[in-house]
Design a binder for this molecule. Sequence first.
Ligand code: PLP
Length: 417
Amino acid sequence: MEKTLNEAITLDEQDPLKGYRDRFHLPKQANGKPYIYFCGNSLGLQPKSVEKYIKQELEDWRNLGVKGHTEAKNPWMPYHEFLVGKMANIVGAKPIEVGVMNSLTTNLHLLMASFYRPTADRYKILIESDAFPSDKYAVESQLKFHGFENGLLELTPRAGETLIRHEDIEATIGREGEQIALILLGCPNYYTGQVFDMKHIAALGHEQGCVVGFDVAHGAGNLLLDLHETAIDFAVWCTYKYLNGGPGSVAGCFVHEKHAYQFDLPRLTGWWGHNKATRFGMRNDFDPLPGAEGWQLSNPPILSLAAILASLDIFEEVGMESLSEKSVKLTGYLEHLMNQIHDDRIRIITPANPVERGCQLSIQVATEGRSLFEGISRDGVIADWREPDVIRVAPVPLYNSFEDVFDFVSILKNRLK
Ligand SMILES: *Cc1c(COP(=O)(O)O)cnc(C)c1O
């Protein structure tokens, strides 16, 4: 046992990113020890620098009032522009393709308003059967809104399996493609952690004339994404999970460059999507900005953008490549230690292939899963429980350590006794 703890400590010592843990506030237990925080897939931790970034805006608001729109140290009028380039780097996109605006589900609706254009022959939406509930509600309501209530097409794992097989995705698109208006999948899926081959699915869908969108809420800041290269039409994500933007923070969206100047796309609009040169001319005719910015509605909440900016600056410093490199090792280490437990009551359902997953492992628990989850929670683990039978754990490479992983597995093992 001691030997393996030493192994974890050595891995931490060798970790080139070890210093970043100290740049975050780690929630502490009553005994003063930090929790083992494996919930960055739900709410990322607060960077210590956030306070400074928000204070700057509070100060400028206090001292400048409305003049802050143009005279603040970081003027509020173009504030989102400070974030867009950094965000584009994180998701592998060009700046013109990325928006930082609204919330995730709102962006999903706004982009479906433009990219879900059903006709009598082509109206179905393809989604995973265990998609995140908000995505499913959004999709169902769009179908209803357009009068196609029976248009939901679900990708379901085969009987006795938990993951969706790639050949089943291919077969479904091959069989139903002509009737599918929109393919919308989560990447990775929030429940199983399964990553889909976005580029291949985009190619299959486009061949059949479908629009292809992805929800990368669990991918942004986690996977090494290359959204531009995948050629998908659009994507949405939030910034409060791996991107550490704070509870309810402003969300992200991607509209592929090929649509940047397609001004005839129907869309729901607001003044922040209007040409900046004439926005305050208060003219009557809407003149959309090219690219993702053209889907902006309102002037954004600056305090939220300030917190996100603090976090994006850390991502810029670290780089997604080195984060991803550590992530593969850290999650691989977790898997390795868990595989030594040999207990029929627990099973990792997330794909074993590092290319098909990010940092999250979903642990399916056969019996009394909820009480096992409550047990490890009492022992200082913050993870999350998803009905009916899954504990999701996400060792986040920015602030989690190999020692966290080791301690987690020891606690789990102990609770299984
Ligand atoms: C977290 C998450 C959401 C949450 O939606 P909000 O609009 O941010 O509340 C939606 N979809 C997916 C796939 C998520 O992971």
